[in-house]
Design a protein around this ligand. Structure first.
Ligand code: BGC
Length: 415
């Protein structure tokens, strides 16, 4: 009750008058703690510093952000939310619904965000017509990252079909490499599932099953195929995969222990940080059967209503994030592409250029789809129930037909 009261009090502050002097610091909670992520974050920290603000860093380690979201929930309940928080998809909508997020529409309208941010991102950045978050990037989850030297040595070319992927994995295994580097954490298992569903059924099926939550699609033969792929992929892992962090799995590919990793393009940030170059040291290609489609995951920063004295800093951060030059510099390091569609592709590498070109095509044919694993497909409660089924099946095995049925049941119960 007390926590709720505090929350209400805080909620009332954004935009309310206060005579307090502006504090020139902004506290930001995020989960960008890997090498590549930290390098990208540094671009934002430096930018804020140039704008006269001290960056109060509140990192919560844990890829995918589950731990950071738990910390945030506790802080909000205790009446102590940060000035700004890294958020994904439906999480933004949830906090907006609670009335806790500041309105960024003043800055957004002045700067014309409407014209440059793709509609699928605006769906989450806005709440009831008001901007409540500032989008920093567009990540893509249906990627595979591969060690090119190993591929060359074994005369493997990027697989175009799932069977070719298995054949490549077989060659890797026979030559003593781990075919697939993976970290057994629910969000990483779910990241693979994004691709498996898209590959098994194509974009229209992904939309129907994963975004529209259609019960027949969820329990269909096509969904069984997605689980079959998951089962086969599990056979390509090393025994130490449980609970491994995603960036350690990426390091296995970088260091030549493993051939491939299925992961969002934050993995590219790790390759770049290690001084590696696309098409020289590593390959980036679409998970077989998903070429032309784009499962997106966009990081956004939402500002909590913490009081008038922090507002200028918060709005400065929101505006800095949407700055065109910043978006270029940041995304070059992060592995993603800009959230703004008006940034030139010239400075981006081949993977970045491909992502930008593919996004344009995907947007034109309803194939820019929210990543299930990263909270852009279904509300959080449904996502949690679905991830339980996916991760349980992936790690413990079972029948794909049974898993598809369980998935449909889990969605029905959680809706
Ligand atoms: C975020 C990325 C981050 C990744 C791994 C994703 O949920 O959107 O920005 O790099 O998790 O931590």
């Amino acid at each position: 009750m007390r926590a709720k009261l505090l929350t209400i009090l805080i909620a009332g502050c954004f935009g309310a008058g206060s005579a307090m002097a502006a504090e020139k610091s902004v506290e930001v909670v995020h989960w960008w703690t890997s090498g590549g992520e930290a390098a990208a974050l540094q671009v934002l920290k430096d930018d804020m510093q140039k704008r006269g603000y001290t960056w109060k860093d509140s990192p919560v380690a844990g890829g995918g952000g589950d731990q950071a979201r738990t910390v945030l929930r506790a802080r909000v309940a205790a009446g102590n939310p940060p000035d700004a928080m890294q958020m994904l998809g439906f999480i933004i909508t949830g906090y907006a619904e609670e009335g806790l997020l500041g309105d960024l529409s003043g800055v957004a309208n002045k700067e014309g965000w409407d014209k440059v941010v793709p509609a699928p991102l605006q769906k989450f950045a806005k709440y009831k017509g008001h901007w409540v978050a500032s989008p920093v990037n567009i990540h893509r989850t249906n990627w595979i990252w591969a060690n090119k030297k190993i591929f060359d040595e074994l005369k493997i070319t990027p697989p175009k079909t799932f069977d070719e992927l298995l054949a490549a994995a077989d060659k890797l295994k026979k030559a003593g490499y781990i075919p697939l580097a993976h970290g057994g954490q629910p969000w990483q298992d779910a990241t693979i599932f994004d691709s498996a569903v898209l590959s098994a059924g194509g974009p229209a099926f992904y939309q129907k099953a994963i975004i529209d939550m259609d019960k027949d699609a969820l329990s269909s033969k096509t969904m069984e195929k997605a689980f079959e792929q998951m089962q086969k992929l599990h056979g390509l892992l090393d025994p130490n995969y449980p609970n491994r962090d995603w960036n350690l799995a990426t390091a296995m590919v970088i260091n030549g222990k493993a051939g491939m990793q299925i992961m969002g393009d934050w993995a590219k940030g790790e390759f770049l940080k290690a001084g590696k170059k696309p098409n020289v040291d590593f390959y980036c290609f679409q998970y077989p059967g998903t070429e032309g489609s784009f499962t997106f995951n966009a990081d956004q920063f939402a500002m909590f209503k913490v009081g008038k004295e922090q507002e200028t800093g918060q709005l400065t951060l929101a505006s800095a994030i949407m700055d065109k030059n910043f978006q270029e510099a940041f995304n070059l390091a992060k592995g993603s592409i800009p959230a703004r569609t008006d940034v030139a592709n010239t400075k981006f590498d081949d993977c970045g250029k491909k992502s930008m070109a593919d996004l344009k095509v995907a947007m034109g044919k309803n194939a820019m789809l929210g990543s299930f694993a990263h909270g852009h497909a279904v509300p959080e409660a449904v996502k949690g129930a679905m991830i339980d089924v996916v991760t349980n099946f992936f790690n413990k095995g079972g029948s794909p037909a049974e898993a598809a049925k369980q998935l449909a049941a889990a969605v029905k119960n959680a809706k």
